[in-house]
Design a protein around this ligand. Structure first.
Ligand SMILES: NC(=O)c1ccc[n+]([C@@H]2O[C@H](COP(=O)([O-])OP(=O)(O)OC[C@H]3O[C@@H](n4cnc5c(N)ncnc54)[C@H](O)[C@@H]3O)[C@@H](O)[C@H]2O)c1
Length: 274
């Protein structure tokens, strides 16, 4: 199997490259080495060809796709940005680049895609009231946050809500530009799969942690979660996921599903054809 990993120099992409190499696959990386992510150039990986280029550049994409069987599309501008002026950058790196990549795949006859999507497409996720009834949460109140109350409230009663497992039937509710750009990537991939008869799989990762994870206050808290033996890699109900689980979801999907001309979205552990 010859596999192109866009964003393969990044955190999750790096784990995917490792997992693919361990299976004996031929790996190529297309990565712009965004200086915001890579203040210093990352070291090369023996046996992996790295093309430094933008996934939104048709020439770089055509070069990267030559001879490839499957694309694992990880490259994206991640995080929430600084302010709304970042919106064009999210759309350029996430959506325009995905459209360019998909057009390049259609031209090159590469018909298998695994897309890194995100739990952010679900917005706040699923909640119930104390009687177990599903409730769509209201936005969190500033005064609650200032008092360390992070759970959202029932918009009708003001009662604090309880988190519940998110199923794949949960309504899409992207609440920021990054989330909107990730959902748009999914729709673009589905449109590409439908119109070219190709296969697209979107994996909606939760917050991923592991070796190579960028050091932020949020990620520094995760080892503590592991020490509490919360179920690592479980994808619903818990807002985090091990990088190795992200990589093995990818390779498992490739092994089991990639041959069927289906579009599958995976979030809660039960794949559903869309
Ligand atoms: N890390 C998480 O918790 C998490 C959660 C949900 C979804 N995701 C998704 O997983 C994917 C990988 O995330 P990550 O945490 O490894 O991010 P990362 O920032 O570590 O890696 C992204 C890589 O993409 C590259 N890149 C950015 N824009 C590019 C472009 N236009 N062309 C080519 N390369 C480009 C960057 O240089 C970087 O190496 C992303 O699509 C992200 O949206 C991540």
């Amino acid at each position: 199997m010859r596999i192109l990993v866009t964003g393969g120099a990044g955190f999750i992409g790096g784990h995917i490259v490792e997992a693919a190499m361990a299976r004996g696959w031929e790996v190529r990386i297309l990565d712009s080495l965004d200086p915001a992510v890579h203040p210093d150039p990352p070291p090369g990986i023996p046996g992996v060809s790295v093309l430094v280029g933008d996934a939104g550049d048709p020439d770089a994409v055509a070069q990267a796709l030559a001879g490839v069987d499957v694309v694992v599309h990880q490259s994206a501008k991640v995080g929430l940005g600084v302010d709304f002026f970042d919106a064009p950058d999210y759309i350029r790196n996430n959506d325009l680049a995905t459209a360019v990549l998909l057009a390049g795949m259609a031209a090159a006859g590469v018909d298998k895609l695994v897309l890194a999507s995100s739990m952010v497409v679900y917005g706040e996720g699923a909640y119930t009231d104390s009687a177990g009834r599903p409730v769509h949460p209201a936005p969190r109140r500033v005064e609650d946050l200032e008092h360390g109350i992070f759970d959202p409230r029932d918009p009708a009663t003001g009662e604090l809500l309880l988190p519940a497992l998110v199923t794949e039937d949960a309504a899409m509710d992207p609440r920021n530009v990054y989330a909107a750009s990730k959902l748009a990537q999914e729709h673009l991939a589905a449109a590409w799969a439908r119109s070219t008869g190709s296969t697209a799989i979107a994996l909606r990762y939760h917050n991923v942690y592991g070796l190579g994870c960028p050091r932020t206050p949020r990620t520094r808290a995760w080892p503590a979660c592991s020490a509490l033996r919360w179920p690592v890699g479980r994808q619903c109900g818990y807002s985090r996921m091990a990088a190795s689980a992200a990589a093995s979801s990818m390779s498992g999907m490739l092994r089991r599903q990639i041959c069927c001309p289906l579009t599958r979205w995976l979030a809660a552990g039960l794949p559903r054809a869309a």
